[in-house]
Write a protein that binds this ligand. Structure first.
Ligand SMILES: C[S@@+](CC[C@H](N)C(=O)[O-])C[C@H]1O[C@@H](n2cnc3c(N)ncnc32)[C@H](O)[C@@H]1O
Length: 238
């Protein structure tokens, strides 16, 4: 994705995001990009609570985009002195660093994290492979390339933030096969959250063994958002 295929927009809560001409969709809710990130992903996944308890957290994000969900989650981690965050993100087209810089997330969130991330990004030229950024107690692994082709570790992540574009324009991120790989990558008790509540997606996740529900979305945002959890496997009795 190059700078000419995205344009900056300001969403209803005053935070900015990008609009993709290629997918004809915004990268985040136009009713509030920051609110969506804080409430659907960080809050909805339960990760905010784990970080507040000072527990190490492992997040897998589908669709890194502008990095807003990462910055929000990293900020929540650094607010708690004992917390540690390992954040793995899948992305096939890294946005130009200047397009991300123009969103002003440094002023809105952790300026230190955003500044160092953008410096790191300015030197990153590859379009594939795994690339690691570290700052303080936060580690980001960017897995560049087609998400369904990535190899993911099993039973690892405390949550999956599924933030692909919608299934009608970005179908490869919502197939039963790819969702199955995400479910395998979740640790027992882990959550998979998304803004997308399409019935077909919910049925696929339920068929893959997740306990799936719809929850109220952010005030002024989507009416309902997706929450699902991987149940703990039953241990055999004595
Ligand atoms: C809705 S945007 C993500 C928004 C992002 N989480 C943010 O906070 O800005 C969806 C992202 O998924 C990426 N994407 C779409 N199809 C993909 C694929 N097959 N493999 C990897 N990334 C993909 C797009 O490039 C885009 O960055």
């Amino acid at each position: 994705m190059n700078a000419s295929t995205v344009r900056r927009i300001v969403t209803a809560d005053g935070s900015a995001t990008l609009f993709s001409e290629r997918y004809a969709q915004a990268f985040a809710s136009q009713r509030g990009a920051l609110a969506e990130s804080q409430e659907v992903f960080l809050g909805g996944s339960g990760i905010v609570g784990r970080l507040a308890e000072g527990r190490p957290v492992r997040v897998l994000e589908v669709g890194f985009g502008t990095g807003l969900n990462f910055f929000v989650t990293a900020g929540a981690c650094l607010a708690h002195p004992e917390a540690k965050l390992a954040y793995t993100a899948l992305e096939h087209h890294l946005l130009p660093a200047e397009a991300v810089s123009a969103l002003g997330y440094g002023a809105l969130l952790s300026a230190d994290m955003v500044t160092h991330y953008l410096e790191w990004r300015a030197d990153l030229r590859e379009a594939s492979g795994t690339h690691t950024f570290k700052r303080d107690r936060v580690r980001l692994e960017l897995l560049l390339g087609d998400a369904p082709k990535q190899v993911l570790p099993a039973n690892t992540f405390d949550t999956v933030y599924h933030d692909g574009f919608s299934p009608d324009v970005n179908p490869e991120l919502w197939t039963e096969a790819f969702l199955g790989r995400l479910v395998s990558a979740l640790a027992e008790g882990g959550t998979l959250v998304s803004y997308c509540v399409q019935g077909a997606v919910r049925r696929r996740l339920a068929a893959l063994g997740l306990v799936v529900s719809k929850r109220p979305g952010p005030v002024g945002g989507k009416r309902e958002v997706l929450f699902s959890r991987k149940p703990a496997s039953r241990k055999a009795g004595p």
